[in-house]
Design a protein around this ligand. Structure first.
Ligand SMILES: NC(=O)c1ccc[n+]([C@@H]2O[C@H](COP(=O)([O-])OP(=O)(O)OC[C@H]3O[C@@H](n4cnc5c(N)ncnc54)[C@H](OP(=O)(O)O)[C@@H]3O)[C@@H](O)[C@H]2O)c1
Length: 386
């Protein structure tokens, strides 16, 4: 039986009890546990794949912490997490024409699309009965897969960093820019100031901005991640110098820094996947007509702001989620051209996945965490393992 990670409601409850309910002390590695999974039979529209590599995703952290909702309990007490993967096709059902055995593929995380293609629910999170890809093998429907662009110039680990984060960033960027351009045309202001806070989605968002010729600023607590982005012409701002916006004085100093760097203008587009104390800082550094986009709530689901202040500055807050399947395909075409993700210095072994999740939770990684699942890699990717 293939090995597969799971999260159970009992493990969450036990860990919460161990730390006396203090979520800051939860050890995510005690909650994500190695399990077995009996694979379902392959149906006519299915693809059976071997998982090669996966990336650590923050929704797994949310599931293990049960900080936004207790999704594991809501789904009956057990989930199999992991909604970003690169795999090799082992077999296809009789009706599958898009893939053949040997193809290397990516997943997207749409569980079920709404009438316009946007996800109603996310695979391996709130989609009922969905089984994630933190495992050795999987059976999925063919519409859940996209061919991996193996000749895009990225190595396998960099490719594995992108299936969830790149479409999210791609949609955020098009939304933020589109809204801003409704207010201020390219003729009036061709070059914008674009800021994002740390994290994988944030860095990809800035790569899109930079590729289109804008000024891009990455406010992160990690010196390694800032320096990786500086190589792409994206300016780093040390978030720790502003105590991760713990107090009013920190926010004031951060706004002053942003103003200084932008000739007094501030940020035209801000990406904030964090919320919590980051939200006020992101709003305060916005320029007039600024747009604040988010698809994340890593630190808090709620936000509070002065509507009058936002109105007089003509500020727009926009909420997005994951892209459509077409958007995922478009984002995949930008791998290597625009998206050159920063991967954490250690490629984790499959058995070390819980530790990878713990270190992601602690925000101590130097880039996006990647877990090598397959020991034996297919020939198609053997040249991409550096
Ligand atoms: N809606 C969607 O489709 C979607 C898709 C992807 C992610 N998300 C959500 O978006 C959020 C971010 O995801 P991600 O994949 O970009 O993150 P990630 O790559 O896992 O990185 C998390 C990062 O948060 C950064 N961070 C920035 N400000 C922080 C602060 N004040 N306190 C603690 N950490 C801070 C840390 O970087 P520094 O230490 O460098 O600052 C850390 O590396 C998560 O909540 C995730 O669930 C949503």
């Amino acid at each position: 039986m293939p090995r597969q990670y799971s999260i159970t409601a009992e493990a969450i409850a036990e860990e919460r009890e161990r730390v006396g309910g203090d979520l800051d002390k939860v050890d995510v590695a005690r909650v994500v546990a190695l399990d077995d999974l009996e694979m379902r039979e392959i149906g006519p529209g299915d693809v059976h794949m071997k998982i090669l590599a996966v990336s650590g995703e923050h929704n797994v952290d949310h599931a293990a912490l049960a900080d936004t909702v207790n999704i594991t309990e809501m789904r009956g007490g057990k989930i199999y997490p992991g909604n970003s993967a690169v795999g090799e096709v082992l077999a296809v059902g009789a009706d599958v024409t898009r893939f053949v055995p040997g193809d290397v593929v990516l997943t997207h995380c749409i569980g079920e699309p709404d009438e316009f293609g946007f996800p109603l629910r996310i695979w391996a999170y709130d989609q009922p009965d969905s089984i994630g890809w933190y495992g050795e093998e999987a059976v999925v429907r063919d519409w859940q897969l996209i061919k991996a662009p193996l000749d895009c110039g990225l190595n396998l680990w960099e490719i594995a960093a992108l299936p969830l984060r790149a479409p999210t960033a791609y949609h955020l960027w098009r939304r933020g820019l589109g809204i801003y351009r409704l207010k201020v045309s390219e003729e009036k202001l061709p070059k914008l100031n674009v800021l994002s806070f740390g994290g994988g989605v944030g860095e990809l968002f800035l790569m899109l901005a930079k590729a289109e010729g804008h000024n891009a600023y990455f406010c992160s607590g990690s010196a390694e991640r800032r320096s990786a982005l500086e190589k792409h012409g994206i300016e780093g701002i040390d978030q720790l110098a502003f105590n991760r916006f713990a107090g009013r004085e920190d926010n004031k100093a951060f706004v002053a820094e942003c103003k200084e760097r932008t000739g007094g203008k501030g940020m035209h587009i801000v990406c904030d996947m964090m919320r919590g104390p980051v939200f006020a800082a992101g709003l305060a550094c916005a320029s007039r007509q600024g747009v604040n986009v988010s698809a994340g709530w890593q630190l808090s689901t709620g936000i509070n702001y002065n509507s009058a202040g936002a109105s007089t500055k003509q500020i727009t807050l926009d909420h997005t989620h994951y892209d459509t399947i077409e958007g995922c395909e478009e984002a995949t075409a930008l791998y290597g051209k625009v998206f050159k993700p920063t991967v954490h210095s250690e490629i984790y072994a499959f058995e070390d996945l819980p530790r990878a999740m713990r270190e992601m939770h602690e925000a101590i990684q130097t880039g996006i965490p990647i877990i090598r699942v397959a020991k034996d890699m297919p020939d198609a990717v053997k040249g991409l393992l550096d």
